[in-house]
Design a protein around this ligand. Structure first.
Ligand code: 5GP
Length: 192
């Protein structure tokens, strides 16, 4: 998606530890006009697929997932992160290792909002090692729902998540795939 790549090149900041900061338009301040285009692009890429629910993970996936859900005219559910030992009985639970925070946490979704009738598209802002998407896919499996595919705004192609997700046979669409980024020069290149 050229509009997105141009924006990443212009406003993205390369931080140490292979972290790309896009706080000015995606992760903190959110450019709703760009979000609308992102929503339309995911709709186009998953055209013809039967989707009745969007599933994302809090917090940074929620804004994008809402706009995508709007373009599919379906509800969005977000998995909650929790460290509570006493998890309620009526939830599905999986485990995710956080890329940005370097710790493991549980993600949960209420059984009321995900079930065998659901045809689910996963949406997230970033794909790095793939743990967030794998956790969400696990919740879909536990719920007996159908996983239609996964859409991420930015895939860091030099990290293993994209290959791991594709190797599982999941239909993955990434709107921008970063091939390389240089912390010193700030240069970012994309996969065509
Ligand atoms: P993964 O589970 O694929 O390793 O990481 C995905 C999650 O980590 C995303 O939900 C995102 O919030 C966060 N993340 C991973 N890499 C980056 C990055 O370079 N920049 C930002 N802002 N978030 C990232």
């Amino acid at each position: 998606m050229q509009l997105l790549k141009d924006r990443i090149r212009r406003d993205g900041k390369v931080k140490e530890g292979n972290v790309l900061k896009v706080d000015s338009f995606l992760n903190h301040q959110m450019d709703t006009k760009l979000f609308r285009e992102i929503g339309k692009e995911f709709k186009r890429r998953f055209e013809g697929e039967e989707i009745n629910k969007i599933l994302t993970i809090e917090a940074s996936g929620i804004g994008i997932a809402c706009v995508v859900a709007e373009s599919f005219d379906v509800p969005v559910v977000f998995a909650k992160k929790t460290q509570t030992k006493n998890i309620a009985a009526d939830v599905y639970k999986s485990r995710v290792e956080s890329f940005t925070h370097g710790r493991v946490y549980d993600i949960i979704v209420s059984q009321e909002f995900l079930g065998p009738k659901d045809k689910v598209l996963l949406i997230d802002d970033f794909l790095a090692n793939g743990k967030a998407l794998e956790g969400l896919a696990d919740l879909v499996r536990l719920a007996g729902a159908t996983l239609v595919g996964a859409g991420v705004v930015i895939e860091k192609g030099f990290q293993p998540g994209g290959d791991a997700i594709r190797a599982k046979g999941i239909h993955l669409e990434s709107l921008a795939i970063v091939e390389s980024m240089d912390e010193k020069t700030g240069e970012i290149t994309f996969r065509e």
